[in-house]
Design a protein around this ligand. Sequence first.
Ligand code: PLP
Length: 462
Amino acid sequence: MTKELINKKEIYFPSYSGSNDNLNSLLNKTSQIICNWFSNSEKYGPLPIDEEFKFLMPSENGNSTEDLFSEIEDLISNSFNPVHPGSLAHLDPPPLILSILGDLIAAGLNNNLLAYELSPSLTNLEESLFKWFSKKIGFGDYSGGIAASGGTLSNLNALIAARDHAGLSSDPDAVFLISDEAHTSFLKCAKIMGLHENNLIKVRTDNEGCMDLICLKNKISECSKKNKKIFSIVATLGTTIRGAIDPIKGISEICKNNNIWLHIDGSIGGIYSITNIQINGLNNINYADSITINPQKILGITKTSSLLLVSNIETLKKTFSTGLPYISSNNNFLDRGELGIQGSRPAEVIKLWLGLRFLGIKGIEDILKSSIDRKVFFEKNLSSEKYEIYTGPLHIISFLPKGISIKDSNSWTKLNRIKLLKNNFMLSRPEFNGKYFLRAVMGNYNTSESHIRDLIKILNSI
Ligand SMILES: Cc1ncc(COP(=O)(O)O)c(C=O)c1O
């Protein structure tokens, strides 16, 4: 091999025998830039100032790492900053430190969760960790699960398995039921599954945002009269607008009596079920056939980290397995690409495993409990004379001025979101039942009581 070729190789990829000094120094430099960004975040707001920021596109001859580092700094400084204590808009908390390491390790290993032979230790890890999760929530010996890139995909994996299990995969009239406060990902699921919007039946919620059981029974009777077969009822464990929890026990009894698959969308609240934290309505989740849990949304496991747990792993295998004719399988392990929609998949399990190993149940409880404590403190201090407040037992709270019209809710939230941003607080502006709200998601561990006091001072005076 010529010298030129050898040098080139060391620039592109890690060396299999050399010192990898170049890679080492680039990693150090990168981690320095990221740490500086974290350390300086208080000086800037949650959102970048330069909205005109433009990227350069790849050039003919490539660019030096010096060029690229200046671009990396621009990229980072123009990003949303989840570490800033005023970042309270969405379910996007600061990244857990051990999770950042997990992502780096996953990138370095570049293993593929498609198949055992491409990720031997990691296939074992994902299978074991998901079994651990399943047991923790009370599932039995046949349980297990599969990771997916986000809650939308986990919900989709569940619904496809539910429809297959019911033998309704080619029935265009097959329906599933959700509450009218369930997440929009279910509409996306219906579209992907080739179902019409009408096949997604919405059940009314009560004043607390929880599925109304009488309405659910009525909808089931209507479906039966119209000969529409139901393949799943979805209970939401933590709604997007106010963190409400559907009556899981009641829904599970209805599912059992009607032989219908119960899926729980626990994208937000599911993670609480592996802890000893007492939460109203968080019980009987082991009655479900499947549950989505998204550790990325509150624990700070870096994106993406979503799990679908099922009471019987065979249901996933039966639904998704095609055989992988180009893979040499191992009899002791299922190839993970056979258990869900995704084929090639990164080892997202590393950041989840490292994060949970580091925290332990006590650390997990600390993060989750502190989120609710912050919400309770916020709620206590937000003027209940001025605001109509919507919140459940979790860490999400939405509000708007009492008696405001639909039209004025639009302009009021727009104006005040900007005002809050100028004061370095980022809240979201969800639309619900035609009205706009301001929403605070209290999952940011860096947000202290004094930050919340400052935020309340602004909100109570506008
Ligand atoms: C209750 C609920 N389910 C599902 C999702 C979709 O999750 P993802 O954005 O990870 O796909 C969300 C997103 O916020 C959600 O709030």
